[in-house]
Write a protein that binds this ligand. Sequence first.
Ligand code: PLP
Length: 406
Amino acid sequence: MPIDIQKVRADFPILSHTVYKRPLIYFDNAATTQKPLQVIKAISDYYENDNCNIHRGVHYLSMKATEAFEEARKEIREFINAPSTHEVVFTKGASESLNLVAASFGKKFLKPGDEVVTTIMEHHSNFVPWQIICEEKGAVLRVANILADGDLDTRHLYSLISEKTKIIALTHVSNVLGTINPLKEIIAHAHRMGVPVLVDGAQGVAHAKVDVSDLDCDFYCFSGHKMYGPMGIGVLYGKEKWLEELPPYQSGGEMVKDVRIERTTFNELPFKFEAGTPNVEGVTGLRAAVQYLKNIGMEEISLYEDRLLKRAVEGLSSISDMRFYGTAPEKASLVSFLIGDIHPFDAGTIIDKMGIAVRTGHHCAQPLIDHFGIPGTVRASFAFYNTADEIDRLTEAVSRVKRMFA
Ligand code: PLP
């Protein structure tokens, strides 16, 4: 069923706010999405009715909270079509999931002279952890280029893969360019070379159906807050064979089976990677977000957001001197641009005064911004609760900025 935009918008209380006496237009969805009432209510219901520490209690409340927590894991397994709940680890976000894999994988598998392959379009969260572990282990980080339109240069990527390559770490969708990487093709190629692939799905999971079994990726990481869920919760999907092999990332309660003065044995998956009291509130909210997305339908969301993107590109392209960054044919619903030589901070500040929230700067992807030799971009990123009218307001706002600086 097509998206009923009025009904959807009524679910997001913040969208009816005004800023500077104008209706808020929220185009910073790639940084974080807004939350529907269903998510907000699930969190307050949890604290009103179920709050308790989980897994360790034999009393009623603890068992109830544990059951809800594990039901959420099942729902998230199904949402990404992971083969098993053992492969769904709760973390505090994509960054923690990525750090976990880099640290644990690196500790176990990297040695001097080995190589890790990544791309220049990575968010710092999928770049710096690999840089750190490579430095620690004497390994080398190899970085694949992009083409002029912001597509990944897969030929360059493939040329970097050799018998020295231990893992490929790349993003599903670029948070600056919007480029959607051809994951299936890359993963199949990497596997033929015997190399596992980690996917940073922070910008992928909210915009189209993700099927980790079909992708055959070895790891897939994402954050709840970029998919209409709460902050402070995220997921690491990892194939069981890898998660079994990786050493624990953090230690403490929950991740242990048996602790003696002499030695400790670790808990089974996924608990081996969930040290300490988990974010039960976050998991509860994430479950509500997944249910919300499923109700709307990921295909409907993709179709709707594609239309918003098309309208934005058409509108903004009609303004002279626009410089777009990321025009790949397979692209998620965001536009990154500069208006002539106007500094992105100046443009963003003026656009904000017109009630429109856009992001400016390097978007935590400095190597990519350096590659373009620019100070940053203005980024407008869209969600299924945005409207065509809001997109037209952005085009008007950008025209106005241009006139002001003329
Ligand atoms: N990866 C990408 C592509 C992102 O866009 C972001 C956040 O913007 C992250 C990773 C990090 O996500 P988080 O800050 O939720 O851990």
